[in-house]
Ligand binder design. Structure first.
Ligand code: ADP
Ligand code: 5SP
Length: 469
């Protein structure tokens, strides 16, 4: 039996057709999304249709089930007719930072963390709705329903039926959901939206069937509940206790499976749910893969060239440290920040050192995130490195020393789409648990580079010097 997994992430939609017996990928396709932090969801739908049509056309048989993993938190506001009220504000749009602060002031960080598992930052949906209410009240008046990106794409696959739905994983990134009760918190939603109370999607359980597809090429296929992209990656990787994932896409996301919900009132660790009925504490930065592509552009080279340059420099980049806050930052919470390069001298200002500082700077943020997870009780026995920038040889070689732990690099693959495919197979089977597919070709890089702590200390000094933290 064939199943289809969709990853509707920040930069693109990926579609994988997978053999449900063993998880083998038999066909795949990809279509780009526009740049920017506000996007008309129609662009995701165009990309989904194109990637699905191509993948299905290459597939050796009929697709029986489909599921969508999507970039988390994006605000998809719909009117009474089901039309989008305005472009979606994405997880990496920082305009709602003042509204995040105001929510914390009004309710208190402890109360919000206890109720929602989160301390609001600009990424979370609730702050975007508060921004809408304050800045575009006429649009806020038209909001009849709020969905997340994966909810919306799944609903389009089903031909926009009366019922909308979501899952616990993606719901846990809104700021108006309780990970402890598994229910919406409509009072917080109404509070953010200036007293307005739009409808919310039905929250379905992890392996449930949500609907049936109407899209030509996959008509009649079972639609699984879908989830956030990080929850889908966790499902695709089949994580064990002691595993921590570092996902280097547009965002740098670090997460680990957990049996209990978490509530970090400092806001470093977001207390999300996963896609299996458990939990997924997660630390996220706004600056990962694009730090490397921007640096490559600055050095007039490509991503392979950047990797070669970085590997030809000494650890520590001759004394350069890059604070890579190119898009502002979420962790640490510095929405207005820009990037900073410190330690420049006439001798160290080489392309090699600049390339190395970019890779080290991005990875130092991930190393801090691993430590933050450890501080909340996560048992870090190995790190799995995934996402677009995990394909970089320099990243693969430099990460273990900075993380101070062995790093496993699974065969480069689309683990979000694979997790979505697994969820589709689960929904179609009606089984109590998802299928256990093996992750292909994992390679280990050993974390025994003794220069890592000094590089991290230099990075921490630079951050303290520039931002006082
Ligand atoms: N070999 C590579 N080295 C560094 N970055 C890479 C490499 N291959 C892909 N990328 C980067 O990965 C990013 C896309 O990763 P992906 O995980 O698909 O992102 P997202 O899920 O946010 O859409 C792009 O920014 C791209 O430049
Ligand atoms: O905001 C978060 C997690 O809280 C991001 O991880 C988004 O879910 C986007 O993911 P990518 O497109 O970068 O994979």
């Amino acid at each position: 039996m064939l199943v289809l997994g969709i990853d509707s992430s920040t930069q693109s939609t990926k579609a994988l057709v997978v053999d449900a017996d063993d998880g083998e990928v038999v066909a795949e396709a990809k279509a780009s999304h526009p740049d920017g932090t506000e996007v008309n969801p129609a662009a995701w739908w165009d990309a989904a249709q194109s990637a699905i049509a191509e993948a299905v056309q290459k597939a050796p048989g009929r697709v029986e089930a489909v599921s969508v993993g999507g970039q988390q938190h994006g605000m998809v506001a719909l009117d009474e007719q089901g039309e989008v009220v305005r472009d979606a504000l994405l997880w990496n749009d920082t305009r709602s930072a003042p509204q995040a602060e105001a929510l914390v002031e009004r309710h208190g960080a402890k109360e919000l963390a206890t109720r929602t598992g989160l301390r609001p930052v600009a990424s979370f949906t609730i702050t975007k709705l508060a921004w809408l209410a304050q800045n575009e009240p006429a649009n806020a008046d038209r909001v009849a329903q709020v969905l997340l990106p994966h909810d919306w794409v799944g609903w389009k696959l089903a031909g926009q039926p009366e019922r909308t739905w979501t899952d616990h994983g993606d719901a846990s990134g809104t700021g108006y959901y309780s990970p402890t009760t598994g229910e919406w918190l409509p009072d917080l939603l109404a509070d953010a939206l200036g007293g307005r109370s739009p409808k919310l999607p039905t929250i379905l359980g992890p392996g449930e069937k949500a609907a049936v597809a109407t899209l030509p090429g996959i008509e009649g296929a079972t639609i699984g509940v879908g989830t956030g992209d990080n929850m889908a990656a966790a499902l695709g990787l089949g994580l064990e206790p002691g595993d921590v994932v570092v996902s280097l896409g547009t965002s740098g996301a670090v997460f680990a499976p957990a049996e209990q919900p978490s509530a970090d009132q400092t806001g470093t660790v977001a207390g999300f749910c996963d896609a299996t009925g458990r939990y997924l504490p997660l630390v996220c930065t706004l600056n990962a893969a694009r730090v490397l592509s921007s640096t490559a552009q600055m050095l007039d080279t490509d991503l392979e060239g950047l990797s070669r340059l970085a590997l030809s420099a000494e650890p520590g980049a001759g004394g350069l440290s890059l604070l890579p806050y190119l898009e502002g930052e979420r962790t640490p919470n510095l929405p207005e920040a820009t990037g900073t390069l410190t330690g420049l001298t006439g001798a160290n200002m080489t392309p090699q050192n600049l390339a190395r500082a970019a890779v080290e700077g991005m990875l130092c943020g991930m190393a801090d995130a691993i430590e933050a997870l450890r501080d909340t009780g996560a048992d870090v026995r190995r790190v799995l490195l995934i996402g677009g920038a995990a394909r970089s040889e320099a990243v693969q070689a430099i990460a273990p020393g900075l993380f101070g732990v062995d790093v496993d690099i699974p065969e480069p693959a689309e683990y979000v789409a694979l997790g979505a495919a697994k969820q589709a197979a689960w929904a179609h089977s009606g089984a109590a648990a998802p299928p256990a597919w093996e992750v292909a070709g994992t390679r280990r890089e050993v974390g025994d580079d003794t220069t890592g702590p000094a590089v991290r200390a230099a990075y921490a000094r630079a951050r303290n010097q520039v931002h006082g933290i």
